[in-house]
Design a protein around this ligand. Structure first.
Ligand SMILES: Nc1ncnc2c1ncn2[C@@H]1O[C@H](COP(=O)(O)OP(=O)(O)O)[C@@H](O)[C@H]1O
Ligand SMILES: O=C(O)[C@@H](CO)OP(=O)(O)O
Ligand SMILES: [Mg+2]
Length: 453
């Protein structure tokens, strides 16, 4: 391994950590929300008088930290509420929260615990008056962590269909369009339950393009999607025949108008709802870019909206790195090129991995033999797919090193076994659960010849 590659790897990982820290949920809430006497003031100067009850609810990977910040600000003005977070994070927050109850549930597959959380969330906001205020805190993972299934559908059926759609390569807009139509919490339903209270929903976005109705499946946001859309998505991925009868019936009854649609734009319940995004992928990329510039790198943010098959994205990003090195386009070395978003993996093999590790593995193949380049890709939540690492970092020597260990990078990629690959070849980025989620962060570093100078 050359010194330049090693330096590049170190910078790439440092910048990933910078991006995660910029998405800190406590900071994000405190930057956005202020208390002025008995009035809550939002970042855009909307003023919300606190006259009656104040209920705090939410779900998602970052919702524990968000609740902590709200409780630090409002203390015993909070009359009750509950947030659902990953079981692994409960210990971190339950000791510091006293007014807001913290419950643990499962992700990425919803379970009975998610239903218990969903029921408690809905119960907390029912029967409120027009003087009361609900503060809702949603972030990525919220869809699986809380659910109130529509009557007649079991949570296991929803969980199974969701996982099948994910594995078939459905994106989050498609997946959540289906989830919303099997729920009495998502797709604006929570706003309906909370009405006539005023509802302030703060969101940390892990959704490409920041569509609020998709973050945690938009419990407080008008739903522009329909039962028709949900059925078309299931059919597009060839899963209609595998859908249990109970789900088919709901979707078909929905199309026939026998059961209500999700609350739609224009529904008067949304007149008392304030939906705001307080942290997102581009906010993290901007922080990473500032840090890279401070360290003397020519820096470009390519996109915060990276999508597509992870292995294709890996190839394209490797090509960009090689262009920087060869021709100095779009910026000459020392260069940092940043991207963010959420790729997908169509899982065909039997291995273990995640979209960031798969992107990195594919980039390693394309970077074979290159010097002075590193590429890191990581999920800001600290968990890439069903694995215990955030992602991976590779360079032009990763391929050769693997070969010396008797590993075929192509075979591991083919088998969607990127986790095992990096376990053997080295390169995992391990952060543990970060307690936030602004989706995936990718860093390309191209060094000049002697980066230590
Ligand atoms: N063996 C695998 N290799 C690569 N990706 C996988 C593998 N198994 C599952 N995935 C992908 O992991 C993704 C879900 O990962 P996860 O990090 O839980 O998502 P999110 O953070 O968006 O909730 C899905 O896109 C799925 O295709
Ligand atoms: O909860 C969800 O619906 C999505 C998007 O917010 O998050 P994740 O991809 O982490 O499950
Ligand atoms: Mg996601």
């Amino acid at each position: 391994m050359s010194e330049a590659s090693e330096h590049a790897r170190m910078i790439a990982v440092t910048l990933i950590l910078e991006g995660i820290s910029a998405a800190d949920p406590v900071k994000a809430v405190k930057n956005f929300l202020k208390l002025d006497g008995d009035t809550l003031v939002l970042g855009d100067w909307t003023r919300i008088p606190l006259k009656g009850k104040v209920i705090v609810v939410g779900s998602g990977k970052a919702s524990g930290g968000m609740a902590l910040a709200v409780e630090e600000m409002l203390g015993n003005r909070i009359t009750g509420g509950v947030v659902s977070i990953p079981e692994e994070l409960v210990e971190k927050y339950s000791g510091s929260l006293s007014r807001v109850k913290v419950v643990g549930a499962t992700h990425p597959r919803a379970s009975q615990k998610s239903v218990e959380a969903g029921q408690r969330i809905v119960e907390s906001v029912r029967g409120l008056s027009g003087e009361d205020v609900v503060i809702a805190l949603f972030s990525g993972g919220g869809s699986a962590l809380a659910e109130l299934p529509v009557e007649g559908v079991g949570i296991d059926e929803i969980g199974e269909l969701s996982i099948k759609l994910m594995k078939a390569g459905a994106n989050i807009v498609e997946l959540n369009t289906v989830r919303k139509h099997l729920s009495r919490l998502k797709g604006g339903w929570l706003a309906k339950h909370a009405y006539p209270a005023t509802l302030v929903a703060l969101m940390i976005s892990d959704v490409v393009g920041d569509r609020m109705d998709i973050i945690a499946s938009g419990p407080t946001v008008p739903d522009p999607t329909t039962y028709h859309d949900a059925v078309n998505i299931v059919k597009k991925y060839g899963l209609w025949e595998e859908v249990p009868q109970s789900i088919k019936k709901i979707l078909e009854d929905g199309i026939a108008g026998k059961i209500p649609e999700t609350p739609k734009p224009g529904d008067p319940v949304f007149e008392k709802v304030h939906n705001r995004i307080i942290a997102s992928n581009i906010i993290s990329l901007n922080a990473m870019a500032s840090k890279a510039r401070e360290m003397g790198y020519n820096t470009v943010i390519l996109t915060s909206m990276l999508e597509g098959e992870a292995r294709e994205a890996g190839k394209i990003l490797a090509a960009i790195a090689k262009e920087v090195l060869k021709t100095g386009n779009p910026v000459p070395p020392p260069a940092v090129i940043l991207a963010g978003g959420e790729t997908t993996v169509t899982v065909r093999g039997r291995g273990t991995g995640g979209r960031n590790q798969e992107l990195a593995l594919s980039a390693a193949i394309a970077l074979k033999g290159e010097q002075r380049i590193a590429i890191a890709s990581a999920g800001s939540d600290g968990r890439d797919g069903p694995t215990d690492v955030a992602g991976a970092v590779v360079d032009g020597y990763t391929y050769e090193k693997a070969q010396k260990l008797g590993l075929s990078p192509e075979a591991y990629l083919e088998n969607n076994d990127s986790y095992s690959f990096f376990q053997k070849a080295g390169g995992h980025i391990k952060t543990g659960y970060t307690g936030t989620n602004v989706n995936d962060l990718v860093v390309i570093v191209v060094e000049k010849e002697n980066p230590w100078e």
